[in-house]
Ligand binder design. Structure first.
Ligand code: ADP
Length: 794
C-alpha cells in the first residue's frame, strides 16, 4: 500500500487514496520492493494501461524529497503537455511542474525552479548541448516508452541522451518504462537497473479475430457478430459494442482513413443516442468549431454530432483534448484513430478494433505489417478498469488464411525484442558532433569509449561496426569544416559549435551553408532599375542587430513570390521578381523557404499524382530564386526531392502571404496541425540560417530575418509591424491595415471607432490590443453608441 512506503514524501499516500488508489498494482509493488522509491534504477516492462505512470511518479516524488529535481522524457512533443497536466495534480503537495517545448536552441533557465520537468528527448539533448545548468541538479530521470530506442529516427537520440545524463551524474536514478518487449533484460543491463517484467493487467484482455459471422477469441470462445448485408465488419462490431453500452476505439493506418471511418461510424452510432446525448454532442460540436476555422474542424464537428470522432496528429491540440475527454466521459462512443498519439494517451475503451494491421512503408515500398509491439499497444487500450467486465481487442480478416496469419503474427506472438539503431550514419553524424562540441570527448578513442556506454554496445558487443561508422562520420564532419583534427585530438570549429547548439543535423547545416554561399557567389549584376549599391552593407547592418526596429529588406526589392502559383503575371515578370536577388543582393523568401525545406530537418510533403507537373513548371518559373543549382530532370531522385521541397516551400510562402489556413490545408492535403508543425520548423531553421549567415559574414541576414518574421506571423511584409502586437494576429492585422491603420504608431493614434470597426465591434479585444500597443487611454467607453453601431456593421 502506498501508505506503507516509508520513503514516500508526506501527503503523497493520502493524495493517492483521495484518488481511489489505496493499493499498488502488482508491478508497482514489485518496483517499490526493488528499491524504486529509495533511488534504485529500474526498467519496468509491463503491458499498456497497467500503471506505469504511477511507477514514474513514485520514483520522481521520492527522489525530489531526497533533494534534486526529476526529468520525465516523453517520446512526442504532443504528449508533453498531457503529462504536465497529469503531474500538476501534485502541486497540492508542493511539487511544481514545467514543460520544456519550443525551439531547440534555448537553455530554458527558468526550468531550474521546477521540481519535475517534462521534455522530449530531442529537447533534453539540446539542453545538454546548451549547458542548461539545471541538468546538474537532476537526481531522477524517467524515460517513457523506452522501447522506442528501436526507432530509426528518434531512438538514437534517446539512447545518447540517457548515456550523457548518466555520464554527467553517475549517481542518477534512471527509470525506464517500456511496453512488453522480448529483451527488457538487455535494457536493464545497459542502464545498470533492476528489472520488473510482468504480464499483469488491471483488467482481463481477450484478443480475437473477426472473420465471417463471428469473432474468434484466443480462449477458444466465439461471439457472433454478423456483418449483415453491406454493413462492414467495423460497423457491425461497433454496433454490437453499442448494444451492450460499450465504446469502441478503432485503429486505422492513415488520417484520411480515420476521417472517413469516423464519418461512417457516426452513421451507426446516431440511432443509439438518447435525446440528452444528442444535445450534449451538439454543444461539443460547437466547441470544436470554435477551435479553428478549418475544414478539419467542421468535419470533426459533423462526426461528433453523430457520436463518433477521428483522432490523429493533424488535429489541433484543443481538438484532441476535447475528443479524448468526451470519450472518457462516454459521450463519444467511437474514436477512429491513427496509432501515433492514441497509443500514448490514456483513452481506454470497452472494445478496440485494429482495422488496419498494415501500413504504407515508403522505405521498403508497399504495405508492410505493423510490429507486434505496436499492435499489442493498441490492443492494450481495451477495457476500462471498474467499468467493463473485460476488454476485447479484435483484428479483422477477410478470409481464413488471413485469420490464421493474424493469430500467428499477433495474437499468439511473443513480444519482439528491441534493437538499438545507433550505428547508422545520420544518427552518429549529429550525435558525434554534439559529443565533441560539448566536451564529452575530444579524441577518436574517447568517442568510442563514450559510445561503449550505449545500448548498441551493450547489445552487440560489436565495436567494429561503431568504429567504422564513426570514422566515416568524422571524415564527413571534417570535410564540412565542423571539426578539426590535430594528431589525436578533435575539436569543434566555431561553425561546428554553432551547428551543435542550434540542434541542426550537420547535413542540414551543410545544405544551408552551401545555399548561402551559392547566393553570395551568384549575384548577378544589378538590374538597371536598381539604385541600391549591392555592396552597401550599411543600410542593413543596424537592422540586423536591433530586435524590434528593422528595415525591411524587401523594401529594397520587388515583391517575392506570388500568392498563387498560377497567378496571371507572365513568367517574364516573375523572373524579374525573383531576380531581386540580383537587384539587391538579397535572397527571396521563396528561395529561403526552399533552402530550409530541402534540409533533412524538415520532414517533407510527398508529391501526389499531378504534383510533378505543377511543381516542375513552378520550378522553372522561379529558377532564379533558388539558393542552389536545380538538379537536372535526369537526376531522378534529386529532382524529385527538389520538387517535394518546393511544395513545402510553397506552402510556407502561402502562409507568409496570408492565404487562408483552410485553403492551404486543401491545396496541400494537410491538416491544420501540419501547417503549425511546418511553420514552427521553418521558423527554427530560418533562425539557424540567420545565425549561420552571421557567422559566415554574408549579407543575407536581414532577408533571412524578414522571411522568418513573415513565417512567424503568417503575413506579408507590410503587416510585420502590426502583426507583432499581442492579440493582433494575421487576420486582424490585415483588417486594421485595410482600415488605414498601417503600423503600431498608427494604432496608437488611430480613431477608436476605426479600430473598433476593423475589429468587428469587439470592444474588449480592441481595448486589449490598444493596451498592448501602449496606448495611454485604451478604454472604448468614450466611443459613442452610434459609432459602435457603425463599427459593428462594418
Ligand atoms: P500506462 O502508462 O501503463 O499505459 P497508466 O499509467 O496510464 O498506464 O495507468 C492507467 C490507469 O490506471 C490510470 O487511469 C491510472 O490512474 C490507473 N492506476 C494506476 N495505478 C493504479 C492503482 N494502483 N490503483 C488503481 N488505479 C491505478
Amino acid at each position: 500500500k502506498p501508505a506503507e512506503i516509508p520513503t514516500l514524501p508526506p501527503g503523497v499516500a493520502d493524495h493517492l487514496a483521495g484518488e481511489g488508489i489505496e493499493e499498488l498494482y502488482p508491478p508497482q509493488a514489485e518496483a517499490v520492493e526493488a528499491g524504486l522509491t529509495a533511488g534504485e534504477s529500474l526498467v519496468a516492462s509491463v503491458p499498456t494501461a497497467s500503471g506505469k505512470t504511477l511507477i514514474a511518479e513514485l520514483a520522481m516524488l521520492s527522489a525530489i524529497e531526497r533533494g534534486g529535481t526529476a526529468l520525465y522524457i516523453v517520446p512526442l512533443r504532443a504528449l508533453a503537455s498531457e503529462k504536465k497536466t497529469e503531474f500538476e495534480r501534485w502541486a497540492d503537495e508542493g511539487f511544481s511542474v514545467g514543460v520544456s517545448t519550443g525551439n531547440y536552441d534555448a537553455s530554458g533557465e527558468w526550468l531550474a525552479s521546477r521540481d519535475i520537468i517534462v521534455a522530449t528527448s530531442e529537447k533534453v539533448d539540446s539542453l545538454i548541448r546548451n549547458n542548461a545548468p539545471w541538468i546538474d541538479d537532476l537526481s531522477c530521470v524517467v524515460a517513457d516508452e523506452v522501447h522506442l530506442v528501436d526507432d530509426t529516427n528518434r531512438g538514437p537520440t534517446l539512447e545518447v541522451t540517457l548515456a550523457k545524463l548518466r555520464r554527467i551524474n553517475p549517481e542518477l536514478q534512471t527509470v525506464a518504462l517500456s511496453a512488453t518487449v522480448g529483451n527488457a533484460g538487455e535494457i536493464a543491463d545497459w542502464l545498470d537497473a533492476e528489472l520488473v517484467q510482468s504480464d499483469w493487467r488491471p483488467i482481463d484482455l481477450r484478443m480475437g479475430v473477426h472473420y465471417g459471422d463471428a469473432v474468434n477469441f484466443d480462449d477458444g470462445s466465439q461471439r457472433e457478430v454478423s456483418a449483415a448485408g453491406s454493413q462492414r465488419q467495423t460497423e457491425a462490431l461497433v454496433d454490437d459494442t453499442l448494444s451492450e453500452g460499450g465504446s469502441t476505439l478503432v485503429f486505422v493506418n492513415s488520417r484520411r482513413n480515420a476521417e472517413s471511418a469516423a464519418e461512417r461510424q457516426a452513421g451507426v452510432v446516431e440511432s443509439h443516442l438518447t435525446g440528452e446525448e444528442r444535445a450534449d454532442l451538439r454543444e461539443l460540436a460547437s466547441e470544436i468549431r470554435q477551435v479553428s476555422d478549418t475544414d478539419t474542424s467542421d468535419d470533426l464537428a459533423d462526426c461528433v454530432e453523430g457520436g463518433a470522432a477521428f483522432h490523429h496528429a493533424g488535429l489541433a491540440a484543443e481538438h484532441r483534448s476535447l475528443v479524448e475527454n468526451a470519450f472518457r466521459d462516454r459521450l463519444l462512443k467511437v474514436i477512429c484513430a491513427t496509432p501515433t498519439l492514441a497509443a500514448g494517451v490514456n483513452t481506454p475503451s470497452r472494445r478496440v478494433i485494429v482495422r488496419d494491421w498494415r501500413r504504407y512503408d515508403g522505405e521498403f515500398g508497399g504495405m508492410q505489417p505493423l510490429d507486434t509491439l505496436e499492435i499489442h499497444q493498441m490492443c492494450g487500450r481495451a477495457g476500462r478498469p471498474g467499468l467493463d467486465p473485460y476488454g476485447e481487442a479484435v483484428l479483422l480478416a477477410k478470409d481464413s488464411e488471413t485469420m490464421d496469419e493474424l493469430f500467428e503474427r499477433y495474437v499468439w506472438a511473443d513480444p519482439d525484442p528491441v534493437q538499438s539503431k545507433l550505428a547508422a550514419e545520420p544518427a552518429l553524424r549529429t550525435h558525434l558532433l554534439a559529443t565533441i562540441s560539448s566536451g564529452f570527448a575530444n579524441s577518436r578513442e574517447a568517442l568510442l569509449e563514450f559510445l561503449d556506454a550505449t545500448l548498441y554496445a551493450t547489445q552487440t558487443g560489436d565495436e567494429g561496426r561503431l568504429a567504422t561508422v564513426t570514422d566515416t562520420v568524422l571524415a564527413y564532419l571534417e570535410r564540412n569544416e565542423f571539426i578539426e583534427r590535430e594528431d589525436d585530438t578533435i575539436h569543434a570549429t566555431n561553425i561546428g559549435h554553432t551547428v551543435s547548439r542550434l540542434y541542426l543535423d550537420p547535413m542540414s547545416a551543410a545544405e544551408i551553408i552551401d545555399g548561402l554561399r551559392y547566393a553570395e557567389e551568384n549575384r548577378g549584376t544589378p538590374a538597371d532599375t536598381s539604385t541600391v549599391n549591392q555592396q552597401d552593407g550599411d543600410l542593413k547592418r543596424p537592422a540586423a542587430d536591433g530586435d524590434e526596429a528593422f528595415v525591411s529588406a524587401s523594401e529594397l526589392q520587388s515583391n517575392g513570390a506570388d500568392d498563387d502559383a498560377t497567378a496571371e503575371s507572365d513568367s517574364e515578370n516573375n523572373e524579374i521578381d525573383d531576380e531581386s536577388g540580383g537587384e539587391t543582393a538579397q535572397p527571396t523568401p521563396l528561395g529561403l523557404y526552399h533552402l530550409v525545406s530541402r534540409t533533412p530537418d524538415m520532414y517533407e510533403l510527398y508529391l501526389k499524382s499531378g504534383d510533378r507537373e505543377t511543381y516542375t513548371e513552378l520550378c522553372y518559373e522561379h529558377e532564379s530564386a533558388f539558393l542552389g543549382r536545380v538538379p537536372s530532370e535526369y537526376e531522378d531522385v534529386a529532382f524529385e526531392d527538389w520538387l517535394a521541397a518546393l511544395k513545402t516551400a510553397k506552402l510556407l510562402d502561402d502562409w507568409a502571404s496570408e492565404v487562408d489556413e483552410d485553403r492551404i490545408t486543401e491545396r496541400y492535403g494537410v491538416g491544420p496541425g501540419d501547417i503549425r508543425g511546418k511553420v514552427d520548423t521553418a521558423e527554427w531553421l530560418l533562425g539557424a540560417a540567420e545565425q549561420l549567415a552571421g557567422e559566415l559574414g554574408g549579407s543575407s541576414r536581414v532577408a533571412i530575418r524578414e522571411a522568418k518574421k513573415r513565417i512567424e506571423y503568417g503575413v506579408r511584409e507590410e503587416l510585420l509591424d502590426l502583426a507583432g502586437v499581442r492579440n493582433v494576429g494575421r487576420k486582424r492585422a490585415r483588417r486594421l491595415y485595410e482600415a488605414g491603420v498601417e503600423s503600431r504608431a498608427d494604432l496608437r493614434d488611430a480613431d477608436k471607432s476605426v479600430v473598433l470597426g476593423a475589429l468587428r465591434g469587439r470592444e474588449k479585444t480592441a481595448e486589449t490590443i490598444l493596451e498592448n500597443v501602449g496606448r495611454q487611454d485604451p478604454s472604448m467607453d468614450d466611443v459613442t453608441a452610434a459609432e459602435t453601431a457603425t463599427a459593428a456593421a462594418t
